[in-house]
Write a protein that binds this ligand. Structure first.
Ligand code: NA7
Length: 556
């Protein structure tokens, strides 16, 4: 039996056993030598990749960069087969990592943390789970993912539907057989765009219910070329270094060239080449001002619109698929495999629910303002209550019993996306206000895990018990995040980055859009300046801890 199975007081409790929680455990337990316990809702490791098992699920980062870099041998020994890693392969990889570092013995599976309250009398977190665990920890560290609270929209009549329905973010482990079925997919974000072409191949008939047409770029998915991987492996150090200093956590050479600085012919040739190359290169390596200048963006948007019209044979369907209400990449940039082509299939129909909204779900299908669609299966590819939703599923309370939900009622407020004032010793891996979802996640996760473990090491070395974000530093950081977001085109779209997909959620831009390189520099600077912006033990807690008699004795 693992030592942590019966223990109830830990140095650190980590929530979640995806990329973040796994590496955090490795650092805490094996490098810092502190006692750590991980609680995980699933029955194995994997996080996002444990839950999102829908057909076609794969990562948009190329596989050689969608992994841990902290162990050189691990990097060399693992061989990816897909250019973009598919969900089963990522899960195999994470399982391998768990075996290799013997992580599972300190992870309690099938367990959700339900509450975490900060106990001011001795500066410890009291943590409870849905399995009846009651434990305490000095540090509470969340590795809960940014997209882990799935949202099934509140559509009248879902409970009357006689067929089966699924959300892409909690897909049955045994898979779903669509053979001979009339399937409806609601949603055309990443999950919809990935699953629609695969479901179309199996289902008898597929109806896609689209609220917002999307820009998407061909991924050019395929097998990993062995020579390519060997070359990368021979210079992995340099490749990771470049990714860590980049904007998005990829080792892509950024181009310093405006889309408006070249002739129409030259621009077209650059877009054509980028379209052929596929993936995020289209966004990062064509022109530097696509995400920030509306006129530059229009040139990319117009190019993609032209491609949609070229690919989709039926002009009426193409019209519905062409996005016009938001700039390219202001919603999460998508990459796809045969997405637009899928609408040329005889068994696929596109329904525009922006103009004829869904009225209700009936026992036999979906009713829109335009009529009834008979279905055997409904797939909700409707996304997540992003970045804050999973925090709010837990009853997290800081000093004075303040619920996190209350503190963040008008949007999340953090210092560096790592910490929030009033919640001492709570560290968030890729929390709101950090690059997180605007980056290649493993790069950002590793940086946060290393920052947090270095910080804990520093605290131990300096005999400090408590670290808490300073309220002023937090305000400056929140304003900085907003300022940068307002320099981009992101605020022009209704996206989950802004909480716009959840009715009633405050419209606040949540991730840090300044790039992983500059963000890392800022964090390094904070650490080098003795964790500037954090209140450390005696500043934050001194008077609470010093007995009244002692205070009296010091008075003149
Ligand atoms: P997304 O990107 O949030 O996409 C959800 C889709 O579902 C999107 O097309 C939404 O339309 C649509 N949606 C959401 N709610 C509704 C309702 N009530 N009615 C109709 N349509 C709706 O989630 P994904 O799972 O695809 O991707 C999440 C992230 O995972 C992705 O960005 C990657 O980072 C990985 P909308 O655009 O809001 O009009």
């Amino acid at each position: 039996m693992a030592e942590t199975a019966t223990k109830t007081d830990f140095d650190a409790v980590v929530v979640g056993a995806g990329f973040a929680g796994m590496y955090m455990l490795r650092r805490l337990r094996d490098e810092l030598g502190v006692s750590a316990k991980v609680f995980e809702a699933g029955d194995d490791v994997g996080g996002t990749w444990y839950w999102n098992r829908y057909p076609g699920a794969r990562c948009d980062s190329e596989s050689y960069m969608y992994c841990f870099s902290f162990d050189k041998d691990l990097l060399q020994e693992w061989n990816w087969s897909g250019k973009y890693p598919e969900q089963p392969e990522i899960l195999r990889y994470l399982s391998h990592v768990a075996d290799r570092f013997d992580l599972r013995r300190d992870i309690q599976f099938n367990t959700r943390v339900t509450s975490a309250h900060f106990r001011e009398s001795d500066n410890r977190w009291e943590i409870e789970t849905d399995q009846g665990d009651k434990v305490t920890a000095q540090y509470l560290i969340t590795g809960i993912g940014c997209l882990s609270a799935g949202q099934v929209p509140d559509i009248k009549g879902l409970d009357t539907f006689k067929g089966d329905w699924y959300h892409t973010g909690s897909w049955p482990h045994e898979g779903v057989d669509f053979t001979g079925k009339r399937v409806g997919v609601i949603g055309t974000g990443s999950s919809g765009v990935q699953s629609i072409p695969v479901i179309a191949q199996q289902a008898e008939h597929l109806t896609v219910f689209q609220r917002t047409p999307q820009f998407t770029i061909p991924a050019r998915h395929g097998n990993v070329d062995k020579e390519f991987l060997d070359d990368i492996k021979s210079r992995y150090g340099e490749v990771w270094d470049k990714a860590r200093k980049s904007a998005g956590g990829f080792p892509i050479d950024m181009i310093d060239r405006s889309a408006l600085s070249v002739s129409d012919e030259e621009r077209l040739a650059i877009y054509e080449a980028a379209w052929e190359q596929g993936g995020f290169h289209f966004l990062f390596a064509s022109f530097s001002d696509i995400a920030t200048d509306r006129r530059a963006n229009d040139t990319a948007a117009e190019f993609i619109r032209g491609k949609i019209r070229e690919i989709v044979k039926d002009p009426a369907t193409a019209d519905k698929l062409v996005p016009t209400d938001h700039p390219f990449s202001s919603k999460r940039a998508l990459i796809d495999t045969n997405y637009f082509d899928t609408y040329n299939r005889d068994n696929v129909e596109l329904v525009d629910i922006r103009h004829a909204p869904i009225q209700e779900i009936t026992p036999t299908g979906i009713r829109t303002e335009d009529g009834d669609y008979d279905l055997d299966v409904i797939v909700f590819a409707t996304g997540f209550d992003a970045m804050t939703g999973t925090f709010f599923k837990m009853d997290i309370r800081g000093k004075g019993g303040l619920p996190l939900k209350e503190k963040w009622a008008e949007g999340p407020k953090t210092y560096l996306g790592l910490s929030t004032h009033g919640f001492p010793n709570l560290f968030m891996i890729t929390g709101p206000g950090s690059p997180s979802v605007l980056s290649n996640m493993p790069v950002s996760i590793e940086q946060h895990v290393e920052f947090i473990s270095d910080f804990i090491e520093y605290m131990r070395a300096h005999e400090l018990d408590v670290a808490e974000a300073d309220a002023d530093a937090e305000e400056v950081w929140v304003n900085h995040v907003n300022e940068i977001a307002n320099m981009t085109l992101y605020p022009l779209a209704n996206s989950w980055y802004l909480g716009a997909n959840i009715p009633g959620k405050p419209r606040v831009f949540m991730p840090y859009p300044g790039g992983v390189g500059p963000y890392r520099e800022k964090c390094d600077e904070v650490a080098a300046n003795d964790y500037e912006g954090f209140l450390l033990d005696n500043e934050a807690q001194h008077f609470a801890k010093v007995p009244h008699e002692a205070v009296k004795m010091q008075m003149p």
